[in-house]
Design a protein. Structure first.
Length: 336
């Protein structure tokens, strides 16, 4: 559309001309009668009811279906749309040169700025149940295109179409009113302003039990402690009820000096959790005392992390209930 001053005669003429072009699509056929790729069949019914966890025996058990007065198994009514789907390949690789009325309508809506889309509702009317062997055809016609509406997503128009499903004899088996909202996406700044600021998600909670509670309590006080066997004096981490070396259940907690080196590490990019900043460096740090712990590295770019680099303890007060040890490069150690 050619821009014109709002409220000017030229602008009003353009608006009226645009409305007329959209109205001209009402009553037009978006999809000519198109047969489904496969007839109604039991294997597809089985996949559907398993996915939907629909235990109605009339869908797979012929005797159970006959006990209800039917001649045999029937397809779930809500499957009617599935029998006419074109498949993934046809959706992403349409035939070249095969411009449709739907493509034309999409172009006109995009011309008006309605470039985003969301489905709003679907209303079915079923005329009869489908049985194995039925071959379903679908036809789609534009019923209405609304005037511009103000919605939570932005200014948009509701496009309502009617899909008519027929069997191999041309009998109507179902109709569907299908409504989409084609809308103008809000500018990023406006969308951000409209969204209330959400508090940052909490870090996942550690599994605290009687064997490791002392470690997390010490962390709240910014003390990094190591469990040490009282019998053989072997340090161990993570904490446990018995020494893996001598089997003793006696232990004590000793405070670590807070220095170590990167034993190994990984840079996590995906999947993303809202409590973390990405990229996220997760490292195994070997402490000077000999134990290792899994932690985060801070104060360094992922590309600069090296195995063996010296690191020093820091603390992350993640929230009022959780404090964790993290490590940063030990520049003092590197300068020695």
């Amino acid at each position: 559309m050619t821009a014109a001053a709002p409220g000017s005669d030229q602008g009003m003429d353009q608006d009226m001309e645009y409305e007329s072009r959209l109205k001209a699509f009402e009553g037009r056929e978006l999809v000519a009668p198109r047969p489904g790729q496969d007839p109604v069949n039991v294997p597809m019914i089985r996949h559907w009811v398993e996915a939907m966890e629909d235990g109605n025996p009339a869908y797979l058990d012929a005797d159970a279906a006959r006990a209800t007065g039917r001649d045999g198994v029937v397809a779930p009514a809500s499957m009617v749309q599935a029998w006419t789907m074109r498949g993934y390949a046809a959706s992403v690789r349409p035939d070249e040169g095969s411009r449709t009325v739907g493509d034309e309508l999409t172009d006109v809506l995009a011309e008006g700025g309605y470039t985003s889309v969301v489905a709003t509702d679907s209303d079915f009317e079923f005329h009869r149940e489908l049985v194995p062997g039925d071959h379903i055809t679908v036809q789609e016609v534009v019923e209405s295109i609304s005037p511009e509406k103000k919605t939570g997503l932005g200014l948009g128009r509701f496009v309502t179409t009617v899909r008519t499903y027929r069997d191999q004899d041309g009998e109507v088996v179902a109709t569907q009113h299908w409504r989409l909202l084609r809308f103008k996406p809000k500018p990023p700044a406006e969308a951000a302003a409209a969204e209330p600021e959400q508090p940052k998600a909490l870090r996942p909670r550690p599994a605290i039990n009687p064997d490791n509670a002392f470690w997390f309590e010490a962390a709240k006080e910014h003390r990094l402690v190591i469990q040490r066997c009282s019998a053989c004096e072997t340090p161990r981490h993570p904490p446990g009820p018995a020494c893996p070396h001598c089997g003793s259940f006696e232990w004590e907690a000793v405070e670590a000096g807070g220095r170590g080196h990167v034993y190994t590490y990984v840079v996590n990019h995906h999947p993303r959790h809202p409590a973390f900043d990405f990229p996220h460096v997760v490292a195994v740090v070997e402490l000077a005392e000999g134990t290792r712990l899994i932690t985060n590295l801070i104060g360094i770019e992922p590309a600069d992390v090296e195995i063996g680099m010296p690191v020093v303890l820091d603390w992350l007060d993640a929230d009022p209930e959780l404090t964790l040890p993290v490590f940063r490069p030990d520049t003092a150690q590197e300068e020695r």
